[in-house]
Write a protein that binds this ligand. Structure first.
Ligand code: ADP
Ligand code: MG
Length: 258
């Protein structure tokens, strides 16, 4: 059983180091008692979580901890219990409005393999009702470094290229909240630098994110908080501005962390 009172809620305390850190305000997303059950057992125990505009939190933890489940519940892709408020209102009041502000990268890339990168982005730009779909698709491709592969069918893409395109798709409609599940997986070192620059720009533009990753050392440079999840419950929360990356250790045994 999980002890009561653990949550992902940011402590209302200022940053002490020089690193640019976002004060947790919770004004964008306020989640309380979020829980998921599947196959007759609890996968995510009641969890609280707040996120302000421009705030980034890394979600880390061993395989099976419930990280992906947490993101899917927030993306309203799996049944959940508890309350999700977005900009102060329950999302049930305007579920489409809420979803239209989300940019989601999950394990499934949600791309059409027989279509080109360009056609995929144009399709999604129109689906999202983006005002200038051509310009948006072009900019999104450039931002993830895929412009030269615009006309290639996605079926021929490497895993890293697919991840990049999935990110482009997720950011096409200028979402305010990113839900990212291992967005760097399969991406090579140069691509990673590009994606990290993209993340920094998004954060500067006040886009918020929950970023599931094993790469906490890399994430540390961007995120305001590291949230450790284990067996469906929050184990610990670290404000990166108040801790030292070199001496910090995850509370769980790292398996495949690079
Ligand atoms: P993580 O992303 O941290 O690796 P997941 O959220 O994918 O973990 O899964 C957490 C746990 O829930 C795992 O034990 C997984 O097997 C289980 N699980 C996930 N989805 C389902 C489902 N639809 N039915 C039953 N069990 C599930
Ligand atoms: Mg997962």
């Amino acid at each position: 059983m999980r002890p009561k009172g653990q949550n992902i809620q940011g402590r209302r305390r200022g940053a002490v180091s020089g690193k640019q850190s976002v004060e947790p305000s919770g004004d964008l997303l306020e989640v309380s008692g979020l829980a998921v059950e599947a196959g007759g057992r609890t996968i995510l125990h009641p969890t609280d979580l707040n996120l302000g505009a421009g705030e980034w939190k890394a979600i880390v933890g061993p395989n099976g901890a419930g990280k992906s489940t947490l993101l899917k519940a927030l993306a309203t892709l799996v049944p959940y219990r508890g309350s999700i408020r977005y900009r102060g209102r329950p999302i049930s009041e305007d579920p489409l409005g809420y979803r239209s502000e989300l940019g989601v990268v999950l394990h499934e890339p949600l791309l059409y393999r027989e279509l080109s990168a360009w056609e995929n982005l144009l399709f999604y730009a129109r689906l999202y009702g983006v005002a200038e779909p051509h310009a948006a698709a072009q900019q999104a491709l450039a931002e993830v470094g895929l412009s030269v592969y615009a006309q290639e069918p996605v079926g021929r893409f490497s895993r890293g290229m697919i991840q990049r395109l999935a990110l482009a798709r997720a950011m096409l409609h200028q979402p305010r909240l990113l839900l990212l599940d291992e967005p760097l997986s399969g991406i090579d070192a140069r691509g990673e630098e590009e994606i990290l620059r993209l993340f920094r720009r998004a954060k500067e533009a006040q886009v918020a994110a929950l970023w599931v990753t094993h790469r906490w050392r890399v994430a540390w440079e961007i995120v305001d908080e590291i949230v450790e999840l284990e067996r469906g419950a929050v184990r610990r929360i670290t404000r990166t501005a108040e801790a030292d990356r070199e001496s910090w250790e995850p509370s769980y045994l790292e398996e495949e962390a690079r």
